[in-house]
Structures are given as structure tokens and as C-alpha cells.
Design a protein around this ligand. Structure first.
Ligand code: OGA
Ligand code: MN
Length: 300
């Protein structure tokens, strides 16, 4: 396998490696170290289907299931990130599966509406678009963004949190149909700290928030919370924190949801087809903030 850095700060490209084959112990360790150190990997020229993507994903942990039964119209552990149906039909822009793609164009980290958000997302480009028409996936590094915050912002943000609610995505995308009672009860709203710590990085701090579940920061007045949220979105979108992935067909990209936020650059959903499938690695630990017991014990 050949590994090349994509930017000075994060991301690598991997060539001459087949993700559909069984991975050896040493190779898997190298990949685990690479994703830990670089947060983003693009494997070029892959040939995968739902089954082989699921098998590859399971090298890194348990597969996370889609939160709504049957609505991906495919396997519940492999999400269709597409404006194209399982059968290859170009979907109407009002179709809920396309509305969910629109919501992906807001900066976010996957499954933040879970108490245990996902660790890695692994996305395979089956039908991709030339960058002139949109459809690139952009990533922003929250470790870097935190480090560069002005000191007064670090102090302001430290005790704050955000409410993440799967049901409340409907406030941002009113075209989505109502969830069933069961779906709502499976995903009650959760809060996560805006400044999180990483126990596997010596408790280093980073930012953690989304703009696809809510547009407010909690712990202050509604008005102040909205203003601060907007400030954060503009701040983390600065090119110095970002890498923009320009897709080629058969790219397989993998990212660390604990470190990076991402979004898709919007494209004309009615005019162009874009088809991807995603495997997701389930989280096993909650998002820890600077005041959690584990962190205080560690610092004593
Ligand atoms: C996702 C996602 C972005 C894209 O699959 O979680 O946000 O570029 N995708 O489709
Ligand atoms: Mn996403």
C-alpha cells in the first residue's frame, strides 16, 4: 500500500490497496494508526458492493444501523447516500431520501443525535460528479480549530453544550415526514459538550457541534446561543482548517467523526445523479467534556 499526505495537517490518500480483500494484521494496524493520526483516508480505485463495504467496515468496530427502519430501501446497516434509489432510479428532489442529502450540506458529524455517536464513517462513491457542479465533500479539523480559538472564546465555550435531536432535523427540513412513535423513542434528544476531550489523545480538547440537528448553542439565552452558533459555523469553515475532497468514481473515503466535521457542497439534485453507499462504525463511549469525572480524575 502507498500512502501520501493530502494536506500538512490531516488526510492521506492510499493507492495499491484492495479494501474488498481480507486485511492482514499488520496492514490493519497500519490503517488504524493512520486514521488515528490523520483523521481522513481516501482509498483510490476500489470495487465494492454493500456486502464487501460492510465487511471492510467491521474491521474497525461494530456496524451502526440506520435510525429509521426500511427508509434507506436497502440493508439497514448500509446507508444510501444518494439521490438515486436502490434500483437506479433518479429520485424526485422532494423524496425524503433526497431531503436528507440536502441536510448533509450543513456542517455536521455523523450520528451526533445518539448518546454514543459513531466513530468512523466509510463512504463509497459509485456515481460521482465533476467538482464544477458541486458534490465535493468538505472536512474541517476540530482539533486545529480549537487550538486556534482566541483565549476568550475558549473560556466562553468550555461550559456550553448543544442539544442534538433526530426529530428536530424536521425544524431544518420541514419536508421530512414525521417519525413514528417508536423511532422518536429510540432517539430521544441528547446533549454533548461543545468543547470535548479525547481520552485516546491524552485528553486533548477539540470543538464538537453540528448545524444539521440544531442551530443553537445551549447554556445561554436563545438569542446569544444562535449568534454563537453562527460564529462557530463561519469560524470552522475557514480554508485553513479544511480539506475538500473532489470525488472520483470508486473512491472509498473514511473519516473520524470525533475529530472532523463534514458537509457536502450542494449540487442540482434534479439535474445530476450522485450515488454513494456508507458503512458506519458504532461509537462505544459518550462524548466527554472537560468537566466529566474521568477527566477530572485524570488531571488530579
Ligand atoms: C454522510 C455525509 C456527505 C456527502 O454520508 O454522512 O454527510 O458528501 N455525506 O455525501
Ligand atoms: Mn454525514
Amino acid at each position: 500500500m502507498d500512502i501520501k499526505n493530502l494536506t500538512d495537517d490531516f488526510g492521506v490518500e492510499v493507492r495499491n490497496f484492495d479494501c474488498s480483500k481480507k486485511i492482514g494484521y499488520d496492514e490493519l494496524n497500519l490503517l488504524k494508526k493512520t486514521i488515528q493520526d490523520r483523521h481522513f483516508i481516501c482509498f483510490k480505485n476500489q470495487k465494492l458492493d454493500g456486502d464487501t463495504l460492510a465487511t471492510f467496515t467491521k474491521n474497525f468496530g461494530k456496524l451502526e444501523a440506520y435510525p429509521e427502519k426500511d427508509k434507506t430501501k436497502g440493508k439497514i446497516e448500509i446507508f444510501n447516500v444518494s439521490n438515486v434509489s436502490e434500483d437506479g432510479e433518479h429520485l424526485d428532489p422532494d423524496d425524503q431520501r433526497v431531503i436528507l442529502q440536502k441536510n448533509n450540506s450543513r456542517w455536521h458529524t455523523d450520528s451526533s443525535y445518539r448518546y454514543l455517536p459513531s466513530v468512523f464513517s466509510i463512504l463509497y462513491g459509485q456515481e460521482t460528479l465533476p467538482p464544477e457542479v458541486g458534490g465535493q465533500t468538505q472536512f474541517s479539523n476540530m482539533l486545529l480549530a480549537y487550538d486556534h480559538l482566541p483565549e476568550d472564546k475558549k473560556i466562553l465555550l468550555e461550559p456550553l453544550h448543544q442539544v442534538h435531536s433526530y426529530n428536530d432535523i424536521r425544524r431544518l427540513e420541514p419536508g421530512l415526514p414525521e417519525l413514528t412513535y417508536e423511532e422518536k423513542s429510540n432517539f430521544p434528544p441528547v446533549t454533548h459538550p461543545i468543547v470535548r476531550v479525547h481520552p485516546d489523545r491524552n485528553f486533548r480538547k477539540s470543538l464538537y457541534f453540528t448545524s444539521n440537528t440544531s442551530l443553537e448553542i445551549g447554556g445561554m439565552s436563545l438569542e446569544q446561543g444562535k449568534e454563537l452558533h453562527k460564529w462557530l459555523v463561519d469560524y470552522i469553515g475557514q480554508p485553513k482548517f479544511c480539506y475538500t475532497h473532489k470525488w472520483q468514481k470508486n473512491d472509498l473515503i473514511m473519516w473520524d467523526n470525533r475529530v472532523l466535521l463534514h458537509r457536502v457542497i450542494p449540487y442540482d439534485y434534479a439535474k445530476y445523479r450522485r450515488a454513494m453507499i456508507r458503512g458506519t462504525v458504532e461509537g462505544e463511549v459518550p462524548v466527554l467534556g472537560p468537566f466529566s469525572n474521568e477527566v477530572r480524575l485524570n488531571n488530579n
